[in-house]
Unconditional design. Structure first.
Lengths: 415, 368
């Protein structure tokens, strides 16, 4: 077409009229809110959607079985959807005004969803609200409101290759309990083709050392990244990197600690209890044990990671959804999940059962009392991502500079 | 109606009669375009100047207009957001600067090679070169992840040559920094380290692509060259052989024929290939999403990926949309620049090339 002007004009008009129609009509406005309020109170069978970010068929099957049991008991209908990309599918649901009723939310995303009004802050009213580990409750508390019930949790432990341990002449008495002992055993375990300790260059692993030194990213709502304790922790890690008894996963060409450990590049790694699944599936021949992380200058500490059962603020069946979550977080049900896919129950009452049933993972669950969670304030996840990118340069980097730039970023994020 | 009246100038009157039918026939396409193109673009534009946080409709009453706040935070905020955006632009700029010329030259070379009559098994080579283009980029990325792993095939091959290969996908060091380091310049000069743009120092802008990004650059060249080769083959076959023969008669050698005769005739195709290349490379996303997620040390974060994480992970939808629009502006600017660079300067427009020189041209529109 030689003269595009009339066409462009029409296109503009068409667009304008379309947008106007959408803006004026009810197509994009959610005016169903009052209706929802009514159905919340209404009793009777409802139909719920549960969306999970599943680690595999074992998890999907276990959640489906638990949810089905509840559904047949209460006469409700529940559909479990295993999301391929949970964040994206949730975002679509929230934007469209039709999110799933119950879904997984990780602790670093909870503030974002809470602040845009997507989450129903129901957890404080649960009967078992007091049973959860306090640090998990804190992880899901936004503006003093306990948003959602912790589903389960994971902590970091020191995973040790038994064959290497014995070959180096070490015994049970040598399990490291201090930083010095950790350095000693790592040096002993370092051979020509195996590094004593390998872990990822990220706050989610190295942050444990910061906590052991008494440091934290956030203290009482203020950024405290450039503290003496954090510097001491990073310098300790740097000294181990320098003498070769420790390396980062990138340096040995592994994607994560479990890979370095399973392939024998590392005699020890610092990983969470999810390593059990990977060891069984990918490296069944490696015999290993789990010890608690050693204590630092400020005592024992670890990091914990957790997801919660979020309930959508827009859910038309909030009462039923809350009942479902209460059922899913009972100690009995959580032990079912532990058996099916190796997670640790989020309620203290189940701790003894878990230890007696899985003695090999006692070290993980016992650290639940001393573990700290990654701060959950909005904007912190970007800062932590930036810190992680800087930690990849830790071997020959300036620890103080890394901390001070992160301090500036975190101050800006916390406002 | 006016088929017989050849003298009547084709003008407004005919068009106005046919206009109604024309609009009618184009209406379905216009509606589809409006619904699936103009409307989403309009919505994204609104989101980029609003404080929509991802819950409910962006047109609902509790979403308010924030002006250019999202844009100014990205471009002049000075915080982590600006720095991340600057890093993403730096990464993508190097990616574009290396991928676009390489893939264009390579695809033109391949087209000339497999376009020759003399070569044996042309069909095989054409298919082989085109194959990466029809394979899913996700599949190819995964294959590259294995090939370029720390103990992957590439490093195994390099080891045979006694070369200690880098840890490709985990190496955040900039290639240009490595080259400068090899000649002894491993510390940033004060002038470059102390100032910069978008929160990234000039020294960091000059780092070159990281080793990890270089792997993605190779991947992009590998996958797209085949498609563009096809475009060049089609263009080469459109060039009448007489022109080449005439040049041969005039005594031009093979290189002169290619440079002075073939290449100028490929100009429109070159424009297409460069434009498509620019658009594709500025929008690189799937390799990042599948392969590196922005690691190592943010050296493979691109604006498109940053837009995704800002929206879907941090719920900063306004910022994500603003990144998309800045990206759009960048692509437009680059396209205009290369269009200006490729413009035919010395000759009259092609349609009139058979006309006598301008000084002797008769009055406007007077050509019989």
């Amino acid at each position: 077409m030689r003269s595009p002007r009339p066409l462009a004009l029409l296109a503009c008009l068409a667009t304008l009229s379309l947008t106007a129609a959408c803006g004026g009509g009810s197509g994009f406005e959610s005016d169903e809110a009052p209706e929802q309020q009514e159905t919340t109170a209404a009793a009777g069978p409802v139909s719920l959607q549960v969306m999970i970010g599943s680690s595999g068929p074992a998890e999907t099957d276990a959640v489906t079985a638990a949810v089905d049991a509840w559904a047949s008991e209460t006469g409700n209908e529940v559909e479990v959807i295993a999301a391929t990309d949970l964040n994206q599918q949730l975002s679509q649901g929230f934007a469209a005004g039709s999110p799933p009723d119950v879904f997984y939310v990780s602790s670093d995303l909870v503030a974002g969803y809470a602040n845009n009004g997507s989450l129903l802050p129901y957890a404080g009213e649960l009967e078992n609200a007091g049973d959860f580990y306090p640090n998990l409750v804190e992880a899901f508390t936004v503006d003093d409101e306990f948003m959602c019930a912790p589903k389960d949790f994971s902590t970091l432990g020191l995973v040790i290759n038994n064959a290497s341990w014995e070959a180096a002449g070490l015994t049970e008495d040598d399990l490291p309990t201090t930083w010095e002992e950790l350095r000693d055993v790592a040096t002993t375990l370092t051979t020509g083709d195996q590094v004593g300790l390998v872990t990822s260059a990220e706050y989610q692993r190295l942050g444990a050392f910061m906590a052991q030194a008494g440091g934290a990213l956030v203290t009482d709502g203020a950024a405290t990244v450039d503290s003496e304790a954090n510097l001491e922790a990073l310098q300790y890690v740097q000294s181990m990197l320098a003498d070769g008894s420790m390396q980062l996963t990138g340096q040995v060409g592994a994607g994560w600690g479990g890979e370095a450990f399973g392939t024998g590049k590392a005699a020890m790694t610092i990983e969470g209890n999810w390593i059990a699944g990977a060891m069984t599936a990918d490296y069944p021949d490696v015999d290993y044990q789990v010890a608690p992380l050693p204590a630092g200058p400020d005592g024992e500490a670890s990091l914990s990671f957790t997801n919660c059962w979020g309930i959508a603020a827009e859910s038309p069946s909030q009462a039923a959804a809350t009942e479902l979550v209460a059922f899913l977080t009972t100690p009995e049900q959580q032990m079912e999940f532990a058996r099916a896919f190796g997670v640790m129950p989020s309620v203290e009452a189940a701790q003894e059962d878990f230890i007696s049933e899985f003695p090999g993972f006692a070290a993980f669950v016992e650290q639940g009392d001393v573990a700290v969670t990654v701060p959950n304030a909005e904007g912190v996840s970007t800062v932590v991502a930036d810190l992680n990118s800087q930690l990849q340069g830790l071997p020959d980097g300036d620890a103080a500079a890394i901390l001070s730039s992160t301090q500036a970023n975190l101050e800006a994020a916390l406002g | 109606m006016s088929l017989t009246s050849g003298r009547r100038p084709r003008g407004k009157r005919v068009r106005s009669h046919e206009a109604g039918a024309g609009w009618l026939f184009t209406a379905p396409v216009l509606v589809v375009l409006g619904l699936f193109l103009a409307l989403p673009v309009g919505m994204a534009a609104w989101v980029s100047v609003s404080n929509w946080s991802g819950a409910g409709s962006p047109f609902s009453s509790d979403v308010s207009f924030v002006g250019g706040a999202n844009y100014s935070e990205l471009l002049a905020g000075g915080g982590l957001v600006t720095q991340d955006f600057g890093t993403a632009l730096r990464n993508n700029l190097w990616y574009v600067l290396l991928v676009v010329p390489t893939q264009t030259v390579l695809s033109l070379g391949l087209a000339v090679l497999v376009g020759r009559q003399a070569i044996r098994g042309r069909g095989f080579f054409r298919t082989a070169f085109y194959f990466p283009s029809v394979t899913s980029s996700v599949a190819i990325t995964v294959v590259f992840l294995f090939l370029f792993g720390a103990s992957g095939s590439v490093n195994a091959a390099l080891a045979k040559l006694s070369v200690d290969g880098p840890n490709w996908f985990n190496d955040p060091r900039g290639v240009l920094h490595l080259l400068l380091g090899a000649v002894g310049l491993d510390q940033a000069p004060e002038a470059l380290a102390s100032s910069g743009a978008l929160g990234v120092s000039w020294w960091e802008w000059l780092s070159g692509p990281s080793v990890a990004m270089s792997t993605l650059i190779m991947l992009a060249v590998f996958t797209t060259s085949g498609t563009f080769m096809l475009l060049f083959i089609a263009a080469l076959q459109n060039i009448p052989s007489e022109v080449n023969e005439a040049a041969m008669v005039d005594g031009a050698n093979a290189w002169q024929r290619f440079r002075r005769v073939t290449l100028p005739q490929l100009r429109p195709t070159l424009f297409t290939v460069l434009t498509l290349g620019l658009i594709g490379t500025w929008q690189v996303f799937d390799q990042i999403y599948v392969g590196t997620q922005g690691d190592p040390a943010k050296t493979t974060v691109t604006p498109a990926y940053l837009s995704y994480t800002a929206s879907f992970q941090q719920q900063n939808w306004g910022q994500g949309a603003a990144i998309a629009f800045i990206l759009f502006a960048i692509i437009i600017v680059f396209t205009i620049l290369q269009r200006a660079a490729l413009r035919e300067r010395t000759t009259v427009p092609r349609r009139k090339r058979y006309v006598v020189p301008a000084s002797a041209r008769p009055g406007e529109g007077g050509r019989p």
